[in-house]
Write a protein that binds this ligand. Structure first.
Ligand code: NAP
Ligand code: G4F
Length: 324
């Protein structure tokens, strides 16, 4: 019999890449969607898997809907990807962010504890939990947390609940502490996609400028398609554990901008970029760089797409979209 997986956040960026991977491995994939008048399947369409996923309704804010789903489905694996994942919005919507990102995972953990204790659970933890902290310029599994946003704080709660339910009840729960990962279906508000979308519009004469915030922030950017493999691998191990996942390379937003303009043959990018304070944050995370030795050694995972390849892939996809 084929394995079953419940994936929350199925309509986001990571959900479709993970669904594609699991379907190729023969899983039956249940995707959690909230009730919408018009749900947006465009990211699943991009990967060509819209009709292969079984959709179930529920909301991370609605405990009963999650309890009921776990009780009915008894999935072999639960991947909790749903979140209010935009850091900037979490400053203005801290309560909502906390409810979805902290209490949502708690509801799922309780549902597993009561109704399906053999289900393995993956929690989408994040490098944002490290915030200002680093160990000699890197972050790894031993680096303490110092979150810098309501988003980061909400994810620290979920991280520890995931650890606590493993230690208290013997559940198979794993945290993937993922560094930034991007793709052509990255949400348009996030800086990488905002840049590649803006660059494509400038190239095609559809825009004259690109308005951005802090160009000095540095991130460890990888490709989402690579990172969902690490999520899957974490749930295939004999014992549950927590893993940092990243490339080990850090680039500034400025470097991303430069690379994106370079990919369309423009070197004097400063002519087009306007610094706009509305895109700056009350507190910034200045530098994220993964030391992902554990995931490489224990799970044999490594990224396949380089920074330059990622930028080019995203610019090309946006040019193609507007070209159409
Ligand atoms: P994303 O594109 O923002 O997708 C998040 C998904 O969560 C969306 O599909 C959204 O559904 C869903 N969601 C939000 N509130 C919900 C609710 N109340 N009930 C049910 N579903 C809800 O995020 P992503 O980039 O794919 O990231 C996946 C996960 O990894 C997130 O938890 C994020 O915090 C975490 N993470 C991401 C990165 C990264 O660099 N991408 C790094 C580390 C950790 P709608 O489509 O209905 O709005
Ligand atoms: O692309 P961002 O919005 O991503 P951020 O804040 O790093 O968060 C993402 O990665 C986390 C993992 O580390 C995830 F957990 C989280 O869910 C999300 O996926 O911003 C990246 C950097 C920031 O330093 C920001 O201040 O880019 C800087 N930035 C500069 N100008 C901008 C802009 N960010 C956005 N979104 N828009 C700008 O105009």
């Amino acid at each position: 019999m084929s394995k079953t997986a419940l994936v929350t956040g199925i309509l986001g960026q990571d959900g479709p890449y993970l669904a594609d991977l699991l379907l190729k491995k023969g899983y039956k994939v249940f995707g959690l969607i909230r009730r919408y008048s018009n749900p947006n399947f465009s990211n699943l369409d991009y990967l060509g898997v819209t009709n292969d996923v079984d959709y179930v309704e529920g909301d991370m804010n609605d405990e009963a809907s999650l309890l009921n789903l776990i009780r009915m489905l008894h999935p072999d694996e639960v991947y909790n990807l749903a979140a209010q994942s935009f850091v900037k919005a979490s400053f203005e919507q801290a309560k909502l962010t906390t409810e979805v990102n902290s209490l949502g995972p708690l509801y799922l953990l309780n549902a597993i504890k009561f109704f399906s204790p053999t289900s393995k659970f993956y929690q989408a933890s994040t490098s944002e939990m490290f915030g200002l902290q680093h160990t000699n310029g890197y972050q790894d599994e031993k680096t303490p947390f110092h979150p810098r946003s309501p988003y980061g704080v909400s994810k620290v709660y979920a991280y520890w609940m995931t650890v606590n339910y493993r230690e208290s009840y013997g559940l198979f729960t794993a945290n993937g502490i993922l560094f930034n990962h991007e793709s052509p279906i990255r949400g348009i508000q996030f800086v990488t996609r905002k840049i590649t979308d803006g660059v494509a519009k400038i190239k095609l004469g559809l825009a004259k400028e690109l308005r951005l915030g802090n160009l000095d922030a540095k991130r460890d950017w990888g490709f989402a398609g690579d990172y969902v493999e690490a999520m899957y691998l974490m749930l295939q191990q004999k014992n549950p554990d927590d893993y940092v996942v990243g490339t080990g390379e850090s680039h500034s937003v400025r470097e991303f901008v430069e690379a994106a303009f370079k990919s369309i043959g423009i070197s004097d990018w400063k002519k087009y970029v306007v610094i706009d304070p509305q895109f700056k944050r009350p507190a910034e995370v200045p530098n994220l760089k993964a030391k992902a030795d554990k995931v490489r050694k224990n799970l044999g995972w490594k990224p396949k797409v380089s920074f330059e390849e990622l930028v080019e892939m995203m610019v090309k996809a946006d040019l193609k979209r507007y070209g159409k």
